[in-house]
Design a protein around this ligand. Structure first.
Ligand code: KIV
Ligand code: ZN
Length: 513
């Protein structure tokens, strides 16, 4: 069977999704999970974008060993220098440099002639090759480029030293037949194409990203690029888990192998969803909550008699376990630690103790602790900010009757260490809490979006709140969980404010360094 490489860009193209902004610790956590998932290459960010991005890429490059780490650069020397600064610590530094090749982009965006674009391409690849053993070159908006010109520039890019050539459908305009045909054309018309790997990169604007990616594979693509849960700009990128499971389930047809560990899919998907605050739609293929739910009587009856009647993939394949009840009120520290280790968490003894206390508190209020609950406690512990100079919720309380406006009282510890109490009303309980919190923080807050969902099932399930707000003009997503929806909402609000605060402190720090 032919093997193809999986290139993950959740941390670069995925992070370009509206409202998503991951901090370094979260990016590192996702990178480690992508490594477990078995991606061959991970694009950790765009180092020239900001000192914070450079720092995150460097940290990922120094701690990931089983996947190759890359970073994006425009075709300018300073971007390549920044990328080298971030990636030189990597086991096998790899650069991803791009330039647009379509008439629309060259004329209106770059304001360069095709000849100039070819010249820039050759120069930048040669420059990058002085540092990087592997250079991937991307023809942005390749699908809408002139085919002959694309073939010529690809030939020059390979001659200059690029060993991976990426052909993106940047705006998600291609159909499977056309995108597959473009790969066939390049294979047949670029004389030195055998010296490089050909990569597919599909966006999902017309909902055809998976079909287009599979068509590229059938026509000779050696690598495919995408993101977890299909997150990304506009309608997103191709969802890697969907392609991985399609190739596995239909290997009789595609005859393709990958290095992916499919039973890490569920966990990878949950982690990305939690940390980006981007919910996975219930009916999404492979990872949606209903992906394995058989609702109609006829289907249920069929599945009970013989699972393959309606089930072409099993929940176990993607690592979704049906035995969800894990620990209870009487479980001891040892059982808790064993479970944390078997779930892949590596916590030092102080963090483990702290997580155990959180578990005990929850177990006092909730009959059954599920894998999802444990996962929430352990992930929160892993990402806990050691920085204490932030806002902390001490308590939140609401007086509510349907006859009058609710009244919320919050007690908050400020970054300066002062304890502040505020009581305010609102049209609803959540609004009252947000109004009270707004009085405790120094700055202007506008809530843009807010949602609560349950983690797991049952009336005593944990609540997770996700909030998108602007604080002093900066837009960010915050999230947190608690057993009570109102407490989760208050914590999520402060989490968003704290993230913006820490981000601007970090920016200042890195600029002064
Ligand atoms: O979609 C695209 O064209 C990209 C390039 C930067 C590779 O993401
Ligand atoms: Zn893209």
């Amino acid at each position: 069977m032919r093997k193809i490489d999986i290139f993950d860009t959740t941390l670069r193209d995925g992070e370009q999704s509206a409202g998503v902004n991951l901090n370094t610790a979260e990016k590192l956590e996702i990178a480690k999970q992508l490594e477990r998932f078995g991606v061959d290459v991970m694009e950790a960010g765009f180092p020239a974008a900001s000192p914070g991005d450079l720092d995150a890429v460097r940290k990922i490059a120094s701690s990931i060993k089983d996947s190759s780490v890359t970073g994006l650069a425009r075709s300018v020397k300073s971007d390549i220098d920044h990328a080298w600064e971030a990636l030189k610590v990597a086991e096998c530094p790899r650069l991803h440099v791009f330039i647009a090749t379509s008439p629309i982009h060259m004329t209106y965006k770059l304001k360069q002639t095709p000849e100039q674009v070819v010249q820039t391409t050759i120069e930048t690849i040669k420059y990058a090759k002085q540092f990087f053993p592997i250079v991937q070159w991307s023809a942005e908006d390749a699908f809408r480029s002139d085919r002959d010109f694309l073939a010529q520039i690809v030939e020059q890019a390979i001659k200059a030293g690029a060993s991976v050539i990426n052909i993106p459908d940047t705006v998600g305009y291609a159909t499977p037949q056309e995108y597959g045909a473009l790969f066939k054309y390049l294979k047949e018309n670029v004389p030195n194409i055998g010296e490089a790997k050909l990569s597919a990169h599909c966006h999902n604007d017309l909902g055809m990203a998976v079909a287009n990616t599979l068509a590229a594979i059938q026509n000779g693509a050696d690598q495919i690029e995408g993101t977890i849960n299909g997150i990304g700009e506009r309608a997103g990128n191709v969802a890697l888990e969907e392609v991985g499971v399609a190739l596995y389930t239909r290997k009789d047809f595609y005859e393709i192998e990958t290095n992916l560990t499919l039973n890490e899919i569920k966990r990878t998907s949950q982690l990305v969803s939690k940390l980006t605050g981007m919910a996975v739609q219930a009916n999404k293929a492979v990872v949606g909550k209903n992906a394995f739910a058989h609702e109609s009587g006829i289907h249920q009856d069929g599945v009970l008699k013989e699972p393959t009647t309606y089930e072409i993939i099993t929940p176990e394949l993607i690592g979704e376990t049906s035995n969800n009840l894990v620990l209870g009120k009487h479980s001891g520290r040892h059982a808790f630690q064993d479970r944390a280790i078997s779930m892949g968490f590596e916590l030092d003894s102080e963090s483990l103790n702290h997580a155990f206390i959180q578990f005990k508190k929850l177990a006092d209020r909730k009959k059954e602790i599920t894998t999802e609950d444990l996962w929430t406690i352990l992930t929160n512990e892993q990402l806990k900010d050691s920085d204490t100079s932030v806002y902390e919720l001490e308590t939140v309380g609401v007086q509510y009757t349907s006859a009058q406006d609710p009244l919320a009282t919050v007690i908050v510890k400020t970054p300066a260490g002062n304890i502040v109490e505020e009581t305010t009303s609102g049209a609803g309980s959540v609004e009252a809490i947000f109004n009270a919190l707004e009085k405790t923080v120094e700055g202007e807050v506008h809530v843009l979006d807010y949602r609560v969902s349950s983690i797991g099932k049952g009336r005593d399930a944990l609540a997770e709140a996700v909030i998108n707000l602007t604080f002093n003009g900066e837009d960010l997503v915050g999230r947190d969980s608690a057993q009570d929806v109102l407490e989760a909402s208050a914590k999520a609000y402060l989490n968003a404010v704290n993230r913006i605060l820490l981000q601007s402190q970090m920016k200042q720090l890195l600029v002064t360094v």
